[in-house]
Design a protein around this ligand. Structure first.
Ligand SMILES: Cc1cc2nc3c(=O)[nH]c(=O)nc-3n(C[C@H](O)[C@H](O)[C@H](O)COP(=O)(O)OP(=O)(O)OC[C@H]3O[C@@H](n4cnc5c(N)ncnc54)[C@H](O)[C@@H]3O)c2cc1C
Length: 583
């Protein structure tokens, strides 16, 4: 398709956002509709030459910089009035270029719930087969590292387990086993309960990040990418029932002959809809935008995992990643080793995990938490009711995720030079509450495309959410005191021995709760009457040829880290779209 270039005025398909889902869906369309011309419009730069992206041990160093949208929430009342920044990739690959590489999967019941909530075909069976298409699992050490089930081969994104886990990760797994967790070496097969190492999205052959950009070599010349270009609105025809294309900041208009697919992510896809006049009347009129399609669900139903962490100062003879932060000579040596593809701290890509139900954590005293969950459920809301069911009825759906990570990952950041704690190395244990009841929102703030949306995740706003995160934080201390974990550290650094009473734990949680980087649900795939924005074909209600394909369509939060699900959604979306257009 020689005429498929980036200076055309029309394309068959326009994909808005060259991120995780965007590149996956665009590549599959390119492969399966070779006579069509597909344009991806990405607000950020290419980034493929950026070392901070492709070196796994440098993960996290792009956060807050030029390649990050860094979208702040409004001050969170229940979280000590703090504003929490949502990191989001503004670069080819989107958040898959910035994320922390974790490659895992939620459980069978959680995916089946999408179908039960009203989207036929969106169940475990179909999502699983699509998620398997995404990956190429590599083994460094055979089945001792990971069993047979739950992984795919031959897909574009490479995943592998960490080859030489440090002792603080190994002891983390043993501590969880001593607390009643069972080892689960097939945790990506729809049953993630237990303790395990999990794959990370990296390529073992040269130890580089593997992300959605790895789809692109499979695309044909009929896929073109426009970089550093931001879509302002989707244009609708005179009846407001079809999209005709998009308008970029700067005024360029590009027509879509077949479809526009929005893949701008959970925090920015609603913005494009609202700026285009698709959304809730009140929100639009407040922003001075004429409503074209009445869709009250846009920007609502925002969900995220709640995260809290504790940090431990490692014993002097244990090597950890923090040395790279204060010892420049060592960092240079390690980077040189990485360049020569020799064992290096910069190859670090993966952590150790646990997934559990509350009864393993709390025993009988989980009753109080379940009582609060009942109190936190809006019985008129189908999402809330399903979450309550996960908590009370589903033995296979975890309530809590635990992560043993190398390095300091506390809320206040690695100690500054000259302050207590600088020059030391740390291990961090993170806890994530899997199904908080808070449902927040993300909406435009006026009609100026340059203004960030108003994001209100409502962190800790329900009795369950607060108590669950408090219990999770206290559990981290228990784990740290369980053999053989104490063998690795000198002392607890955060929260430290100043936090002992119930009131102190509550304050710690309010002062330190953080996003787990998994905002989703803001353009939910649900029946319209239940607040849905897209139908089971991911078409925006009321607009024939406009779809949304990204994390925003996930109707109800799932356990674990969500990128495999986002890729799976993109794969399935491509199948649905190709079905319609293949002649
Ligand atoms: C710091 C961090 C760590 C994470 N860690 C993990 C992890 O370890 N494991 C895991 O499974 N998940 C992780 N996640 C979550 C996961 O990466 C995301 O959920 C997923 O990548 C989201 O994919 P998406 O396609 O919905 O959006 P994105 O990948 O964010 O893509 C959206 C794209 O759209 C572009 N865009 C936005 N607006 C416009 C516009 N108007 N015009 C043109 N382009 C636009 C953006 O620049 C971006 O490239 C993490 C996320 C972050 C931010």
């Amino acid at each position: 398709n020689a005429s498929c270039r980036s200076d055309r005025s029309d394309y068959d398909f326009i994909v808005v956002g060259g991120g995780t889902a965007g590149l996956a869906v665009a590549t599959r369309l390119s492969q399966k509709l070779p006579n069509d011309c597909i344009l991806v419009i990405e607000a950020g730069p290419d980034g493929r030459e950026e070392q901070r992206i492709y070196v796994p041990g440098l993960r996290g160093t792009t956060l807050g910089g030029q390649l990050d949208w860094a979208l702040p929430t409004v001050p969170q009342d229940a979280a000590s009035n703090r504003t929490i920044t949502h990191n989001r990739g503004k670069v080819l690959g989107g958040s898959s270029a910035l994320n922390l590489l974790v490659w895992n999967r939620a459980t069978i019941k959680e995916f089946d719930a999408w179908e039960e909530l009203g989207s036929p075909g969106w169940n475990w069976k179909n999502m699983y087969s699509n998620m398997l298409k995404v990956e190429n699992f590599q083994r460094a050490k055979g089945e001792a590292q990971y069993g047979r089930e739950g992984i795919g081969y031959g897909g574009p994104v490479n995943a592998a387990l960490i080859e030489n886990p440090p002792i603080h990760l190994r002891n983390g797994i043993l501590a969880l086993e001593n607390r009643g967790f069972r080892e689960n070496l097939q945790s990506l097969n729809g049953n993630n309960i237990g303790t395990m190492y999990q794959p990370a999205a990296n390529r073992l052959s040269n130890h580089t990040r593997s992300y959605s950009v790895d789809y692109l070599p499979r695309a044909g010349p009929n896929l073109v990418i426009l970089f550093n270009s931001t879509v302002r609105t989707v244009n609708l025809d005179d009846n407001n029932s079809k999209t005709t294309g998009v308008l970029l900041i700067g005024g360029r208009e590009i027509r879509a002959k077949k479809e526009v697919i929005i893949s701008a992510g959970s925090l920015l896809s609603p913005k494009i809809l609202e700026l285009s006049g698709i959304g809730q009347k009140d929100i639009l009129s407040k922003a001075g935008i004429k409503q074209r399609v009445d869709l009250p669900g846009v920007g609502e139903n925002l969900q995220d995992h709640l995260r809290i962490q504790a940090t431990y100062e490692l014993k002097q003879d244990i090597l950890g990643l923090d040395i790279l932060k204060y010892n420049a000579t060592r960092a240079a040596i390690e980077l040189d080793l990485w360049r020569r593809n020799l064992t290096s701290l910069y190859q670090y890509a993966g952590s150790a995990y646990g997934f559990t139900k509350w009864d393993t954590v709390l025993g009988k005293s989980q009753d109080n938490l379940l009582r609060l969950a009942n109190q936190s459920t809006d019985m008129s809301n189908i999402i809330d009711r399903k979450k309550l069911q996960f908590l009370t009825d589903a033995k296979s759906v975890p309530d809590l995720q635990l992560v043993f990570s190398d390095g300091y990952i506390g809320t206040r950041g690695y100690p500054k030079n000259g302050t207590a704690g600088y020059g030391k190395q740390y291990a961090t244990i993170i806890a994530g509450v899997m199904h908080p009841f808070a449902r927040g929102s993300v909406h435009i703030n006026g009609s100026d495309v340059a203004t960030n949306p108003i994001i209100d995740p409502k962190f800790l706003s329900t009795p369950y959410d607060l108590e669950a995160l408090k219990q999770a934080a206290q559990y981290l201390r228990k784990i740290s005191q369980t053999p053989p974990y104490p063998d690795v550290y000198v002392k607890e650094f955060d929260p430290g021995n100043v936090v002992l009473t119930d009131a102190q734990w509550e304050k710690y949680v309010r002062d330190n709760v953080y996003t787990f980087y998994h905002p989703l649900g803001s353009c939910a795939m649900l029946p319209k009457k239940d607040g849905g924005v897209v139908d089971p074909s991911l078409r925006v209600y009321g607009v024939e040829n406009l779809r949304i394909v990204d994390a925003s369509v996930i109707p109800i939060i799932i356990s674990g880290n969500i990128q495999t699900a986002v890729y799976g959604i993109a794969e399935r979306a491509a199948t649905i779209i190709v079905e319609k257009y293949r002649s």
